[in-house]
Design a protein around this ligand. Structure first.
Ligand code: HAM
Length: 428
């Protein structure tokens, strides 16, 4: 094996300490907040039948056209590694019957897109997403947007910007398509090859093209909302008004379309200034999805956790600072003390104290070095004398002071250190 083969495949990463401490912190904070909003977790498989995605994301989207990891398994079934979370959650909800009509679900997990890897664009990345199932209601959209802002703020993200638009009411799509085709008719020849195809398939996708000439052409277009019904514009106005009352700052962007085609009515995207070209940290909207004979309506968003973490790191957040060191390190001189420490360590762990010790029988010096390395708050030292007296030397690592204690006093010292009531120690 060459050292190269120890690397994960391109565009995918191992998530390990110290970086993982920041992931854990984000997830803990998020679970607490999601609970406050009555969202419950769902874990759907990372592998789905390919049609779960092709039927819902839209044939003309980049994700379906060129980014899915699809393959036939040994039984010849056409499968895809999920490129996003909404379609799988809706498949789950569709199978649940009436009870799931107003489900409020969240998910945290890996997604897979076979994109060209570059800064901020991974082939395996992680999303935290929510889906609130239910019929269109501006208040439901606002609630989900408020939750998204709450999460980003609670994580400490600064300088993010949220843009808001509408994809129109369900009946508006034909009018928008016709309106855009006629507005773009004379510029067809300057569009890129992809956009010439999009012109036929779904001209709305042209608004999302990153090609410079296409962007210049799009900049000349009237806002898409001009082609939409008064109902769609009123819905968007209501959402914007309610957000203002909740003091959640948003900017209207009439050219925002989002990269997936299941959206109707409200769509939004959050960008962060410190991220460069791939600056979207979160995106969402209201959708209608039909799977089999079921049509499910809902509203949701998904945040790209790698991008949130990159943005936080850019603000100076250090993952290593979030590591929780052990409370106690046990050090033994001699075999008898080693064995007693093993028993004490298990008992402390059962009582909720994070602790550790050297298991190789190393010298006192090496054990103390390990204690320093782990940044433990206390060290318990036991040698022959302490064994005879039934005592422990408790060293406070912060100031280097040391005291000799018997078992009840040792427990009194250690239990409050991890927030347990002293009465918890009395069974000792
Ligand atoms: P999306 O905009 O495709 O929406 O993805 C959401 C977020 O995932 C993006 O804003 C970005 O932060 C992150 N992301 C996407 N692709 C990559 C990548 N290749 N590398 C790193 N991060 C990436 C959705 O997936 C919808 N399912 C959101 C939704 C939920 N809409 C309604 N409900």
């Amino acid at each position: 094996m060459t050292s190269e083969s120890f690397q994960p495949i391109q565009g995918m990463s191992d998530l390990a300490p110290p970086e993982i401490y920041l992931w854990q912190r984000l997830e803990e904070t998020a679970r607490d907040i999601l609970h406050r909003y009555s969202f419950r977790e769902v874990r759907t498989p990372v592998l789905e039948r390919t049609d779960v995605f092709t039927r819902s994301l839209g044939d003309a989207t980049d994700v379906v056209q060129k980014e899915m990891y699809s393959f036939a398994d040994r039984g010849g079934r056409d499968l895809t590694l999920r490129p996003e979370g909404t379609a799988g959650v809706i498949r789950f909800v569709a199978g649940q019957g009436q009870d799931a009509q107003d489900a409020r679900l969240y998910y945290i997990g890996p997604m897979f897109r076979s994109e060209r890897p570059q800064a901020g664009r991974r082939r395996q990345f992680h999303q935290l997403g929510v889906e609130a199932i239910g019929a269109p209601s501006p208040a439901a959209d606002v609630e989900v947007i408020a939750l998204q802002a709450h999460l980003l703020t609670a994580w400490g993200l600064k300088d993010f910007r949220m843009e808001l638009n509408t994809r129109g009411a369900p009946g508006d799509q034909e009018r928008v398509t016709a309106g855009l085709r006629s507005a773009l008719a004379s510029s067809q020849s300057v569009l890129c090859a992809d956009c010439r195809r999009r012109y036929e398939q779904n001209p709305l996708r042209i608004l999302d093209c990153k090609n410079e000439t296409c962007r210049e052409t799009v900049a000349q277009l009237p806002p898409v909302t001009d082609f939409m019904s008064p109902e769609a514009r009123a819905y968007l106005d209501t959402v914007a008004d309610m957000l203002e009352r909740l003091e959640i700052p948003v900017t209207r962007n009439p050219r925002l379309v989002r990269g997936l085609d299941y959206y109707v009515h409200t769509v939004w995207e959050v960008t962060h200034m410190g991220l460069g070209a791939q600056d979207a940290v979160s995106g969402g909207g209201r959708y209608t999805l039909t799977l089999g004979n079921k049509t499910i309506e809902g509203v949701g968003f998904a945040m790209g956790l790698e991008r949130v973490i990159t943005a936080l790191a850019g603000q100076g957040v250090k993952a290593a600072d979030l590591e929780a060191p052990p409370v106690v390190w046990l050090v033994a001189q001699g075999d008898a003390a080693f064995e007693e420490n093993l028993i004490l360590m298990q008992s402390l762990r059962m009582r909720g104290v994070a602790c550790g010790m050297d298991l190789q029988g190393r010298s006192m010096k090496a054990q103390m070095r390990a204690a320093h390395r782990t940044r433990s708050r206390y060290v318990i030292i036991r040698g022959d004398q302490e064994m005879e007296r039934g005592t422990f030397q408790l060293k406070h690592m912060e100031d280097g002071t040391q005291e000799e204690l018997d078992m009840p006093d040792l427990m009194k010292r250690l239990m409050p250190a991890k927030g347990l009531a002293i009465s918890d120690t009395e069974e000792e």
